[in-house]
Each structure stands twice: as C-alpha cells, then as structure tokens.
Design a protein around this ligand. Sequence first.
Ligand SMILES: Cc1cc2nc3c(=O)[nH]c(=O)nc-3n(C[C@H](O)[C@H](O)[C@H](O)COP(=O)(O)OP(=O)(O)OC[C@H]3O[C@@H](n4cnc5c(N)ncnc54)[C@H](O)[C@@H]3O)c2cc1C
Length: 571
Amino acid sequence: MAKEERYDIVIIGAGHNGTTTAAYLAKCGLSVCVLEERPECGGAQETTEPLAGVRIQPHAIANYGGSAPGWEQLELWKYGFRMDWNPNVSVELDPNQAFMTSDGLVPLTQQDIEGWCKITGQLGEPPFMKELMRATFWCPPHPPEVELNEDNIPFMQVYKQFQPSVWTRELLEMTLFDLMDEYLVTEPFKVMQAYIALSSGAHGHMEGVAIPALCSVATVMPPAVAKPVAARGNMHGYFHALFRCATAHGAVFRSCCPVEEIIVDDGRAIGVRLRDDATWGAKKIWANKAVISACHIKPTFLDMIGPQNLDAGFLQRIRDLSLKGGSLYMSHFLSREQLRYKPQYRMKEPGSYGAFHGGFFPMDSRENYFENVRIVLGEQKNLDIPPERAMWGMVASELYDPTNPQCTRPGQYVNGPLWMMVPTPQYNVDGADAMDRDKKHWEEYMRAALASVVENLDDDNLIRMFCDSPYEQEFRNSGMLGGSWYGLRCDRDQWWNERPLPELARYRVPEIEGLYLAHQSGAHPGGLCLMAVGYNLMHILIEDGIAEPGDWWYESPWYIPQEGKISAKLS
Ligand SMILES: Cc1cc2nc3c(=O)[nH]c(=O)nc-3n(C[C@H](O)[C@H](O)[C@H](O)COP(=O)(O)OP(=O)(O)OC[C@H]3O[C@@H](n4cnc5c(N)ncnc54)[C@H](O)[C@@H]3O)c2cc1C
C-alpha cells in the first residue's frame, strides 16, 4: 500500500553538504529527512577497503575545514570527531622543510616563512588567520543588488582591519604568483602553493584569484588544521561525526532512496518522488517548508525539476555550465617494505621528515607548472610529457592518525593517494573514457612519476596499485559529474557572488519557492570548505523564515542581509 510521509525539510543527497545542512536544520528543531541514492551516506567523503586491512581514500583526503564555525556550532567533538585544532595558535612553517625538484631538494628560507605567515594572517597582532579564512569561505555571497568592491569584499576588509600593510586595491587583480612574488623568495615553494591551489580547484594563475587561492591552500595546512589528514578516520571519520550529529538532533536518513522528481506545485517545491526501485515504501515524501537539493546542479535542474517548471533559456545556461576545472587521478600503492626516498630527496634533519611522507614533485619552476596546466586545462588532453615532468602531490601513511592507520595487514604498507591533475572526462579531446581505455598505461605512468623520487617501487616490492580515474569516480558517486570538484571558479565573471549563476548565488532557485541548493557544484565556495555550504545556506534559510536557530548560532561578521528579508544577524 502506498504510504506518504511529511517533514519540514526534505534533503536530496547525503553527501557532506546535505548532511551538514541536515545537522544545522535538525539542531534548529525542524523535522528533516535526507534521501540518499547509494547504499552508504557520505558522498565523496568515503574510505573504501578494497582488500581487508587496506584503507584507501578514492576522493576527499585533506581537511579543508580548519576554520569552519561548524566545529563549534555543531559541536562535532561530542559526536566522535577527533583532531587537534586551535586556529589561534600561530605555528610557523617547519624550517626543515624542503621542496623536491628534478635537481634534488631546495630548502625553505626564513624569508619564505615570514612572507607566508604574513599574508596568511599568522603574524598580525592579533593573528587573524581564522578571520581571513572565514571571510573568504564561510560567508554567504552578498545579495545580488550589492556591487562588489574593495570596501565590501570580506577578505579585503579583514586585511584592512588586521594588516593594513598587506592591503592594496591590487589584491583584487593579482594572480597567486603576483602575490607570492611580493612576499616569498623560493620558486619551488611558490610552485608548490600554486599546485596545491590548482588541485584544490582554485586556479591561482588567473587574475583576481590571488587571495581565495592562497586561502584554499592555507585552510588545509597547519595551523588551520593539525595535519592535512590528521583527523581520526580521515574524511569519512569526519563525515561519521557529522552524520551522528544530524541523527542525534533527530534527522532521518534513508539510503537506497534515489529521488527522481522534485514535486513543484504552483511555483512551490512541496516534496519529492522516489524512483520506483527505492527501498522505502513511500514513494512521495512531502516537505512543509523546503526541499533542498544537495546533489549535482545539472541533474537537479535537467532531470529532477522538469522543464515545465523552468524557463528554457535558464535551463540552457545550466546545460552550459562548465565543469572544465580539471579532475584528479588518484593512486594508492601497497608494498612489502615501506617506500623510501632516493638519497637526493631524503631530508637532512631527523624526525618526521626522515620517513617517507609523500610531498609534491617536480616543483622546479612555474614553467613546469604551466606546461602541465597548458596540456590538462588548455588543450584538455591526457598528459603527453615524460612522467618525470608530470606534477603530482601525495600524502603518505605517516600523515594519517597512527591510532587509525591506513594499513593493518602485517608486514605491508599502503601509501596514498598520489593525485595528479588530469582533464575532466567530458572535455577530454580524446573522449570521456580516454584515460580508462588505457588504464594499465596510466597506472604505469603514475608509478613512473612517483619513481622519480622513490627508490624501491620495483616489482619485488610493489604488491598492488589501486587507481581511480575521474570517470570511475563519477560512476562510484552519482553526485559527482566530471569526477570533479569546484573549489573556486576560475575567472572574474564567475566570482563568489556570481556562482554558479548569479541568480543562484544565494542558493535560492528563481521562480520556485521553497527550493534551495546545497551541493558543492551549486554553491560558493563549492566543495572546497567543510561545512561552508551548510553554514552559508543557514543565513538564507533564516532570511526566509524557515530556520530559527538557538543561541548557539552566530552569523558571519561580513554577511550583508537582503532587503525585505529577516536578517540572520540574531546574535
Ligand atoms: C578526486 C577528488 C579529491 C577530493 N579531495 C578532497 C579533499 O582532499 N578534501 C575535501 O574536503 N574535499 C575533497 N574533494 C571534494 C569533496 O569530496 C566534495 O567537496 C564533497 O564530497 C562534496 O560534498 P557534496 O555533499 O556537495 O557532494 P557529494 O559528495 O557528491 O554528495 C552528493 C550525494 O548525493 C547523492 N545523490 C546524487 N543524486 C541523487 C538522487 N537523485 N537521489 C538521492 N541521492 C542522490 C550521491 O550519491 C551523493 O551521496 C575531492 C573530490 C574529488 C573528486
């Protein structure tokens, strides 16, 4: 017999953004139902175990959430999250650090440390790193009628207030390289920062992106987080805490429940219809206050809402949205003995850097960076340079929490992922499956790339590699078109308050009341920053009279309320 259910809020997709939003809204006392297509929640924040005792991270690995208000507001420590975090303690970069270039190690200098700490707010009085990160990512886009300028862009205000010597109007025009050329001296250090920003979805080589690209690197590094992958249980462990928080406040999660249609009646979203093969009996679930799509923006508009409810021109603009920002090929290495650097890449100092910790290679020069960018993002084709010139980053097992290691098989080691920027499948000039047709070749390519710095990747030592191409990531997780993620859009006309289209920037859907967006592809700042979409969306839901948080809530200090709405400035 057909059943019907009713909640205040229905959320489509139990990835990290849908779940953050559920936790916030359930904490406001609203009844919330989250519907997930896959058997497991978590979306792209998953850990898989392809062999017993071997844990790998096919997608999210680094904690981009160091400064999120959500840690405090959702009190994730109560729900099992474990990681050292104190954004107010200024930690200088490790002076023993060195960068891997084709000619061996190049050391970090004192001037670099001082420059980096200055532009990331660690040397201010008081230090203002947390304020800078929050202003950049944890703040809803300004209302569309507000014209952005140096006096209201939040990160500009932070510099003006805390470190006027860094503030200049030109910050809004600079590339990340321009900014680094002013404050840093060592080229491999600059190249490494640019590559981290690039693989975080922030294209720092574009004009005007200097500060968001800088922050996309800083928010994932100490002191914003203790170590990039230090959370216990890694990103899926973090997701568990979020999930527990949402359920503890009463949110209901249903897996194996794909949503096929968002039901719109007279211009208002009133519920959803599940696909016939959904495991839940009720095929229609009604929403009293709002439907929130926390899955990819393209299927949301092109499949679930239905053209009868949308303007044809607007739909075409959704079709035209570019996913060209690049995707990541992820590789893990299972070996008999722990990987070892070649002698020229062993750091001199003892301590954690004596062991294999991965790193970034080859950090020779920006010419090398641009060679990779030209092929992958410009020509949109598979890398055709020798593997020793292909850029990669890698986290090794040493960077995981030792109480929850990557590998528990005696006498074996897992290291990874090694990630490499490759074209987004849909735009690959050789076809969407261009990398998958020759997976063996790409496995060998990744192995050869790592063998540039590791001396024992021979057949005797290497037991197995686990690789996932962007195309496979896409199928593993139906929320992730392009196997991609969208930390930042890359040019001026697609800035913060324009993302992903100006009329969607505040997460509302034009012409459809009660429908909101909360997926990384549909909201600033995209997937980059943990709990940012949920926190930012809260401001809008308060404005629309849907959410009424308790005194645990505080809004972004840089938030500008929309005229005629209820202000989210409740504190
Ligand atoms: C290779 C790679 C590396 C990454 N590295 C990092 C990293 O180091 N750190 C980091 O923080 N982030 C990283 N990310 C990004 C991060 O994984 C995403 O930002 C994050 O998972 C986005 O969360 P989301 O909730 O917006 O979307 P998703 O995780 O895509 O979740 C969407 C959910 O909706 C579900 N869904 C889709 N359609 C339907 C439907 N019709 N009905 C019901 N459910 C549906 C999906 O199954 C999925 O569970 C990486 C991404 C990739 C691809």
